[in-house]
Design a binder for this molecule. Sequence first.
Ligand code: ZN
Ligand code: ZN
Length: 140
Amino acid sequence: MSEELELRLKERDIRPTAVRLLVLKEILTIQEHQAFSLMDLETRLDTIDKSTIYRTLMLFHENLLIHSIDDGTGSIKYSICKRGCDCSVMASHVHFSCTNCNKTYCLENIAIPKVTLPGGFEYESANFVFKGLCPDCSRG
Ligand SMILES: [Zn+2]
Ligand SMILES: [Zn+2]
């Protein structure tokens, strides 16, 4: 397991340190397709210094191990990237933010629709977030 974790860091040019491995391990225990905030991670890793968690998260983000999602709730969410993902707009997917439980999900199989912008506009990123009820909340 820890070799697998080390590999995932090395693949993204991140030097595996004990704390980075610990943070990655925790991220991978978060339910699949579900995004987390810095605060979620701080709560889960309450033995690690908060500024260390923040710096580790920023490093993971810079090196495309995780991607960020602005779901409009005011706190940025993060989620692990698929292996080999280049985080380009064309490679990114749609997200879903539940208005009841406030969880944000990666809908990895749904690509962002192709949009052609008028001449002169050059995009750098795109944010495609659906809002509504997730399967847990829409039941019954
Ligand atoms: Zn929900
Ligand atoms: Zn995502």
